[in-house]
Design a protein around this ligand. Sequence first.
Ligand SMILES: [Zn+2]
Length: 558
Amino acid sequence: MTHMPRFSEIRADRPTRDSLAASYAAIAALLDQGALDAALSAWDQERRRYDSWSALVQLAFSRDTTSETARAERDYADALGPEATDHDTRIKRRLLALPEREALERAVGAHVIRLWENDVTTFDPAIAADLEAEAKLCARYTELLASARITVRGETTNLSGLAPFGESLDRALRHEAEQARWAFFAENAGALDEIYDQLVALRHGMARKLGDPSYTTLAYRRMRRVDYGPEQVARFRAQVVQHVVPLVGRLLEQRRAAQGWDRLRSWDENLIDPAGNPKPAGDHDFLVAQARTMFDRLDPEMGAFYRMMSDGGFMDLKNRPGKAGGGFCTSFPTEGVPFIFANFNGTHGDINVFTHEMGHAFQNWKSRDLPGIDVLWPTMEAAEINSMALEFLTYPQMALMVGDAAADRFRRMHLIGSLAFLPYGVCVDHFQHEIYANPAMSPAERNATWRRLETLYMPWRDYGDLAHPAGGGRWQAQLHIYRLPFYYIDYTLALCCAMQFWIAARDAPDDAMWRYRDLAALGGSAPFTALVASAGLVSPFEDGALEGVVRVAENLLG
Ligand SMILES: [Zn+2]
């Protein structure tokens, strides 16, 4: 690398309705002339410029949701988004209608054509205003949660900062933290119900306008799921009930008995290690410095990539007031270098989100030279393999992050946490299938639905005196349900694959790392099940796939 990229040097011209119209008119003119390759290239560059600009705008808002400038620019981007989608959809329709189908397939590949055939069914100018309204409602949810100021034992923090209290060895403190957290949600339940009411109505309305019976089928296409549908997902959820729910129930019962608790309460579930969940052995700066050695030892290419991210300012990992919650990786396709975002809070979660988002980032970097913006990212269930597998592949280096004495305990905690995530993950997915099948549900009916599904997937769940979640309001804290509908089963499907990487790396670490790098380099050049097969993994939709990895984990946990 001759030039070290710096985040502060990334610029993207701000598009306008007029500039978009001019760019797309030029692309259309090339198609009029029969210059297919030139048109495809001009279009690809235009989309990269637009996406880089949009990513910068959304990132600036996430970094400071209280900034008026960032908010105004995000509003502008949210309004322009459907306009850009309209232009793209017109080009896709035109390309798909070309008589020179073979030339098109040679230029972009059969998979990309299939993606476009999918995409054109998800947009019509008739829903442009709805899409803008949807984006605004999602931003309201982000702002509302980011505004939380929660005080526990005299210390005021935001939702991300509550986590350390929630896993304290002091049971009363864990309870107080959960009381404070759910008091915030109870106070804002009306606003949260109203936002979700409008989101569900908007999404159902868009689906009807596009000719779908409900939002679910449209959502699957918006997620570009071209190789499976709701039936396979329902069967996967049933496998979780069969093979994972009983195991997690046994692990929790063991913990309850060992701790001498009369009953296992919801505020006990996050204390996975009876001696206290292992924490990072230092603060943000410590982890960022240790990660150099960790990634160098894991893989030289990963090590060099991490240095570029870290030295170039492509990371924002510290928790701050007003910062949006969660963690994510975004990218600037004009540059090829991604950016990772998180909210470190001093718990083991800092390490998980760090390795997780670095996994996404590494995939995006490895894919940067693939032809065409459509394949720079895979669909999300495949993307989450890249991220979740790295959480497991870094197991051997964990002493660097938590200290020698705690490394084994960290790995055990992460494994138990991963297994316990599966029932929750499929519950979030099942809930959304029911919500969009019955879009007229009242807030009370939604809460009752969540509670019923929670009983199926997490029969141990006992909220005690926490009135809001006990009444079924737990789902309101899950940002994906609001902002990223139907994006959640992805984590559970990917975990089934990531655990296969973990098992493989225990026997043959170099081979597993080769396969991991090769999968990352494929980006989104194939659909999920094909990417899984190419990496030598068993599809989670195959009978026995989930049971197989769960048995290995169970034997190891003893
Ligand atoms: Zn992820």
